[in-house]
Design a protein around this ligand. Structure first.
Ligand code: NAD
Length: 491
């Protein structure tokens, strides 16, 4: 029996709870609100979990506020010990969590494991960052110190494409800097986050960490809640704008990690066969559902045809299927809404004269059948006005565009409201670096794409976000600078 059907036959999983004030809550206060979770490889509901309403949110915020004074008084060393234990719990449970993540998100199990181990590694990296009191002035008359103090309660809202990594990054940033947390995963992928909540329930003092699943309105209530001091939001640009507007009513601090339309510029001196697998990986892993995936490729005319062919050859090698099947390299699109959007973009691309070198044909999705699968597609023959080039497709379909003059490629790469990241590829890294520096983005890579680290700030320019994640810059966004100014003259 195919794995997809096997998965459908498994009994509905219901052993999930919210984590509020150190307690596991299996049934919401009103007794009736639950989220049905779909396995995108089968299109069938395979699990459900409790959904938090306003009552649960109020309880979680109150618990986090109560826990804040003691947690913020702990030293960095003490907080480090607890967070390190959480990273160990993640690693020890990587296999079980990975299978659950694959069932709800769709990505191949090995990539789910990679996501979990990466979350643990980034956690370790952040714990090496230190914030010392800075002395700005120290003379006979005065001493002026600058310290960083935690903000209070951080509300963390996450998307469905990398639910564990995108929860753990802000969670560790908030906790390590002395804040307490109320975290809400996407309604499409709440389960692995809630499971982590159960696993770490006793790692932190009561109320320090609260995990509540719920729909979009729960996210909005968090942004409006007077008991939350900071919002860390990862998601789309459209929702990010709503989050910012709504957070303004209480002047919450915000970190917004939003969408992208990353360009890769490939110069005339590369070997297409060497570069193509790297570009393909960066554009298509997780079926293109990555904020910093390559979403447009600008290739010099000299290597254009050979590069397109090498990319198409790569596309044909990547097996699409159920992420539980070890042979699968690309899972389904995570949800029906996104699947419909990608199918729409494919139709629009065909209408605009796009030529598909690989991919394109989609199996039908009906109520009875099947998961949300899309074959990896390499498209040529488009200009800048097409939807596929202008919008964030967030799916396994990437346009390859030709350029002659590199200044023209830079102009076209920058001609967008997005500004997350980008890359330049060449045999000569210094030549590429000079071009990379002209990209209007938060991160410009040379001969790589999607490389992040705990000590390197990551985030978007333009409409791709506000603030940065990771590094001392990212962590300081969970703290307030406080100046202590002492006149040494006795009174
Ligand atoms: P989304 O904006 O639809 O939802 C993200 C989260 O916001 C979900 O938890 C959702 O329930 C919640 N939400 C929805 N409406 C809300 C509101 N009005 N107020 C508060 N919260 C609300 O995004 P998505 O479709 O889940 O994720 C895909 C998007 O995320 C893509 O655009 C992708 O590029 C982006 N993303 C960015 C990064 C980054 O680091 N820059 C990382 C991953 C994903």
């Amino acid at each position: 029996m195919p794995l997809a059907q096997l998965a459908e036959k498994t009994a509905l999983k219901t052993d999930f709870s919210l984590l509020i004030d150190g307690e596991s809550i299996a049934t919401p206060e009103n007794g009736r609100d639950f989220l049905d979770v779909i396995n995108p490889a089968t299109g069938a509901v395979f699990a459900r979990c409790p959904a938090a309403g306003k009552a649960e949110l109020d309880r979680a915020v109150a618990a986090a506020r109560r826990a804040f004074p003691a947690w913020s008084e702990h030293s960095f060393e003490d907080r480090t010990k607890a967070i390190r234990r959480m990273a160990e719990v993640l690693k020890a449970n990587a296999d079980t969590l990975a299978e659950l993540l694959t069932r709800e998100q769709g990505k191949p199990v090995q990539q789910s494991k990679d996501e979990i181990n990466r979350a643990a590694t980034l956690t370790e990296g952040m714990l090496n960052i230190r914030f010392e009191t800075q002395t700005i002035v120290d003379d006979a008359q005065a001493r002026i110190e600058l310290r960083y103090v935690p903000l209070g309660v951080a509300g963390i809202i996450t998307p469905w494409n990398a639910p564990i990594n995108l929860a753990i990054g802000p969670l560790v940033s908030a906790l390590y800097t002395g804040n307490t947390v109320v975290l809400k995963p996407s309604p499409y992928t709440p389960l692995s986050t809630l499971k982590i909540g159960e696993l770490i329930r006793d790692v932190f003092p009561r109320g320090v960490v609260n995990f509540i699943a719920g729909g979009d309105s729960l996210g909005q209530w968090m942004t409006e809640h007077p008991g939350i001091d900071k919002i860390s939001f990862t998601g789309s640009v459209a929702t990010g704008k709503k989050v910012m507007a709504s957070s303004a009513s209480t002047l919450k601090r915000v970190t917004l990690e939003l969408g992208g339309n990353d360009a890769a510029i490939v110069l005339d001196d590369v070997d297409p066969k060497v570069v193509a697998p790297k570009l393909f990986f960066a554009g298509f892993v997780n079926s293109g559902q990555v904020c910093m995936a390559i979403k447009r490729i600008y290739a010099h005319e000299k290597i254009y045809d050979a590069l397109c062919e090498a990319l198409a050859e790569e596309a044909r090698k990547w097996k699409v299927g159920d992420g539980l099947d070890p042979a699968t390299k690309l899972g389904p699109i995570q949800n029906r809404m996104q699947y419909d959007k990608v199918v729409d973009v494919i139709a629009d691309t065909k209408k605009a004269g796009g030529k598909f070198l690989a991919g394109a044909e989609q199996p039908p999705v009906s109520d009875k059948v099947v998961g949300y699968f899309v074959n990896p597609s390499i498209v040529t023959g488009l200009d800048e006005s097409s939807r596929l080039v202008r919008e964030e497709q967030f799916g396994p379909i990437v346009p390859v565009l030709k350029f002659t003059d590199v200044n023209d490629a830079i102009r076209r790469a920058n001609d967008t409201r997005y500004g997350l990241s980008g890359s330049v590829w060449s045999k000569d890294p210094e030549r590429a670096a000079a071009i990379a520096a002209k990209l209007e983005v938060g991160t410009a890579w040379v001969n790589q794409h999607r490389a992040t680290a705990a000590n390197v700030p990551f985030g978007g320019a333009k409409e791709s976000g506000i603030g940065r994640t990771y590094s001392d810059i990212g962590l300081k966004a969970y703290m307030e600078p406080r100046v202590i100014s002492i006149l040494k003259q006795p009174m």
